[in-house]
Design a protein around this ligand. Structure first.
Ligand SMILES: Cc1cc2nc3c(=O)[nH]c(=O)nc-3n(C[C@H](O)[C@H](O)[C@H](O)COP(=O)(O)OP(=O)(O)OC[C@H]3O[C@@H](n4cnc5c(N)ncnc54)[C@H](O)[C@@H]3O)c2cc1C
Length: 401
């Protein structure tokens, strides 16, 4: 049974496929500028996995501009620092201070938030901005005829719109209409867990801490006003599905007590195989455009996938203002040109991040001499040296013109 929040015949100005963080942010960013937006989500309910998400200032600056940041901060935590430790010895390698100097530099805070809280805030913001939301609708394909895009769902329902935005994630079916590639398996699998504070091994409730080791790493940070602890353990896997306890025990066997002590708190019933795709320069064709993970999926080591989807949303909404169409009424945007412009602005930056995330993962997972050299280099870095992250967190985004 589909849950439609509108009695209208399905013709929309903007049809967003996928109600994840990217889809909802895009819908909101367009709706607040007066576009009529409808979101299709294939799941029976809108929601997100019950784990944490890090939002860097390149994303929180935009949430602030949209009036959403205060809600996200109220639901989340403002950590004081990010700390990198060696997973084998537990020794601190470097830290990044996230206090006043950081916030002044980037004009926004670093926030960690429960995904379901962020998702709820976005659903509420979309509803308030007039976005119509529909679940239980799986999109199969899109065809454009003249100035109309036809979106066909697996249940036979067809939608008409001026533009279709594919925000259907890493495994995007709509991407297949533009790019003939496959997701690339990194050979790593992530296990997650969220536990009440006090039930996990001692946790720094003021920090995002990453223990990095040969072929593995673990990340811990507080959530929900420091009531919960988020755990992510990433380990090399030989299995196509992840083989749970044994690969975790094996992969983390050499790690320090703190890291091994956290393993029992990870969920065993679900794993996330770590995929990305190589950068491509084709996200748009006519009235179909890709954004978010569908356009530029990246490994999660820089914690930027959702942040980039938020940047995408902003850029598209700004560019839509700059490319008016010739038609009157709702079809006042030249969508094909707008989509190409968004791709042009965004693709170089997201390609750089896709590549950098791979390199950063290799750096985290280094062994032997490379690990020792990495540790030496990191230990000489000053905590308020932001030179290497300015390009990510700063304003040279192609996003904030
Ligand atoms: C372990 C891990 C940790 C991460 N940590 C961070 C972090 O700290 N910070 C950060 O910024 N990013 C992080 N990321 C990346 C981030 O989760 C993703 O980049 C982000 O969620 C992508 O959002 P999206 O909306 O583009 O795609 P998705 O979240 O994948 O949403 C796609 C939506 O489309 C729907 N859908 C799919 N196909 C169809 C269809 N045919 N019809 C209708 N609906 C469809 C799906 O059901 C889903 O709801 C992490 C990723 C992982 C795996």
């Amino acid at each position: 049974m589909s849950h439609m929040e509108s009695n209208e015949v399905p013709h929309h100005e903007v049809l967003v496929v996928g109600g994840g963080i990217g889809g909802l942010t895009t819908a909101f960013a367009l709706a607040r500028k007066g576009h009529r937006v409808h979101v299709l989500e294939r799941a029976p309910e809108f929601g997100e996995v019950g784990a944490g998400l890090q939002l860097a200032p390149n994303a929180t600056r935009l949430l602030d501009r949209w009036g959403l940041l205060e809600h996200v901060v109220a639901a989340g935590v403002l950590p004081s620092r990010i700390i990198l430790k060696d997973a084998l010895t537990g020794v601190e390698l470097t830290r990044l201070e996230l206090g006043e100097g950081f916030r002044e530099r980037y004009r926004a805070p670093y926030v960690v938030v429960h995904r379901s809280d962020l998702h709820r805030i976005l659903v509420e913001a979309c509803r308030a901005a007039g976005v119509s939301l529909e679940t239980d609708r799986e999109v199969e394909r899109v065809d454009a005829v003249g100035d109309t895009a036809f979106t066909y769902c697996t249940d036979g329902v067809v939608y008409e719109s001026s533009v279709v935005l594919g925000l259907d994630g890493l495994m995007s079916g709509l991407r297949a209409e533009l790019v003939g590639d496959e997701p690339v398996d990194s050979g790593y699998v992530a296990y997650r867990g969220v536990v009440p504070v006090g039930s996990a091994t001692s946790v720094d409730l003021d920090a995002v801490v990453a223990w990095i080791g040969p072929g593995c790493h673990m990340v811990q940070y507080p959530l929900r006003q420091r009531e919960l602890v988020n755990l992510v353990a990433v380990v090399q896997t030989a299995s196509a599905e992840g083989d749970g306890l044994s690969e975790l025990e094996r992969g983390f066997a050499q790690c320090c007590d703190h890291v091994r002590g956290a393993l029992p708190h990870l969920w065993r019933d679900r794993q996330w195989l770590m995929y990305d795709r190589p950068p491509v320069g084709r996200w748009a064709d006519g009235r179909l455009g890709l954004l978010g993970d569908a356009a530029h999926p990246m490994l999660q080591y820089l914690a930027q996938g959702a942040c980039q989807a938020i940047e995408d949303a902003h850029v598209l909404a700004e560019l839509a203002d700059r490319h008016p169409g010739t038609e009157t009424g709702a079809r006042r945007v030249d969508w094909p040109v707008t989509l190409l412009a968004a791709q042009h602005v965004r693709a170089p930056r997201t390609a750089r991040l896709q590549r950098a995330a791979r390199v950063w993962g290799e750096t985290w997972h280094a062994s032997g001499l490379t690990r020792l050299l990495r540790n030496e280099l990191l230990m000489t870095r000053s905590p308020d040296d932001y030179r290497h992250i300015d390009w990510i967190y700063g304003e040279a985004l192609g996003a904030e013109s």
